[in-house]
Design a protein around this ligand. Structure first.
Ligand SMILES: Cc1cc2nc3c(=O)[nH]c(=O)nc-3n(C[C@H](O)[C@H](O)[C@H](O)COP(=O)(O)O)c2cc1C
Length: 352
């Protein structure tokens, strides 16, 4: 006799990896006769929460961003109604690769531990968590993988996820995410840095190039409602989580990571930030050896990076009307080169 009457799975997915995992788990749940409810938490609208009388098993699936759970999922989990000892499971998708015949794993950081901890504080019991190494979608860093490699990684991961679901539904506990705990904990300061500053910088590295025909698809499909028209061109707000959905789905391949522009922002920020720190030290006569000053200097740097980047991004956005700048930005964007593939989950046809 199963412990649960229903299975609720909440997911967020930029390019389809976490969505595929959710579908595989839901499929296994239905096969076992559970009432199965799957919900995408995009834009956090129309979410149905389980009634705890139903004795639900609740799952959360999400991509890893900056060695942490995608921020939208962290916010969702933080706002989730308190539990009464209900059981939950977590699944994070990571940047999987394949080198020759070797499947390479991504790195979770605190992507599993953090949501598990928050949910524990909210009265839930975690009976399983697992990372899944689906193809990396971070095409700001590298071209998308080839279709053959994508298919091969998907084939492997489908088996892994279905087995995970099977064991969980049998009532077994699986903490596969703990295998890499030492490395994950060492990376926690980087996860914090990404959460506090890195993601805001990345949100300001996207531009729409001159292929953009204002079809509005990126705006309509953005899971965090972070793209708007400014000056009749798509403009990325600081709330963008770099999920890569817009860039990978643009029918005109008009969305780029502007590497040259981002480098320029970084140089200007570094110069300005050094001056800001020196002015504060000289005005307040602070010793740079003090521990509290060191922490404050890091926080001031993060804050000034976000502010300076946002300001420069707005200026460049308007200045893109100038043809030379438009071409300079386009041709210093690695993503503009034809060999820089986009990535989207391609569902494997089981009959193949
Ligand atoms: C901004 C960004 C940050 C990422 N950070 C990590 C990371 O820290 N560790 C990792 O293994 N993968 C990382 N990835 C890769 C994605 O987590 C991975 O490709 C995931 O499977 C994408 O899932 P989705 O298609 O459901 O969005 C990152 C991707 C992006 C776009």
């Amino acid at each position: 006799m199963a412990k649960w009457k229903s299975v609720y799975i909440y997911y967020i997915s930029g390019t389809g990896n976490a969505k595929a995992c959710t579908e595989w788990i839901a499929d296994e749940a239905k096969n076992r006769g559970f009432k199965t409810v799957v919900q995408q938490i995009d834009r956090l609208e129309n979410i149905v929460f389980p009634s705890y009388e139903e004795k639900p098993l609740i799952g959360f699936a999400f991509p890893t961003h900056g060695f942490n759970s995608a921020p939208i999922m962290l916010r969702f989990i933080t706002g989730f109604p308190r539990g009464v000892g209900n059981e939950i499971f977590l699944l994070n998708t990571r940047a999987g690769m394949k080198l020759y015949k070797l499947f390479m794993p991504g790195i979770s950081g605190v992507a599993l531990i953090m949501p598990a901890f928050i949910l524990r504080l909210k009265g839930f019991k975690c009976i399983g968590f697992r990372p899944v190494d689906l193809p990396s979608n971070w095409i700001s860093l590298h071209p998308g993988l080839k279709k053959k490699v994508i298919d091969s990684i998907f084939g492997r991961c489908e088996k892994i996820v279905r087995k995970f679901a099977d064991k969980i539904f049998e009532g077994k506990k699986i903490y596969r995410g703990l295998f890499s705990l030492p490395v994950d904990l060492i990376l926690s300061p980087v996860a914090l840095g990404y959460y506090l500053g890195g993601r805001f910088f990345l949100s300001k590295t996207f531009i729409a190039n001159y292929n953009c025909d204002n079809c509005g698809l990126c705006i309509k499909k953005c899971p965090t409602d972070s793209i708007k028209y400014v000056n009749n061109r798509p403009y990325w707000k600081l709330t963008c989580e770099s999920c890569m959905r817009c860039m990978n789905n643009c029918p005109k391949r008009a969305i780029e990571t502007a590497h040259g522009m981002a480098f320029g922002f970084w140089v200007l920020f570094s110069i300005t930030n050094t001056q800001i720190i020196l002015i504060i030290i000289n005005t307040l006569h602070i010793s740079s050896q003090l521990w509290w000053w060191r922490i404050s200097a890091v926080l001031i740097s993060i804050l000034s990076m976000v502010a300076i980047t946002a300001l420069l991004y707005r200026i460049v956005h308007y200045a893109m009307r100038l043809k030379p700048l438009k071409y300079l930005i386009r041709f210093t964007s690695l993503t503009a080169f034809p060999f820089w593939r986009r990535y989207r989950h391609i569902r494997i046809d089981k009959s193949r």
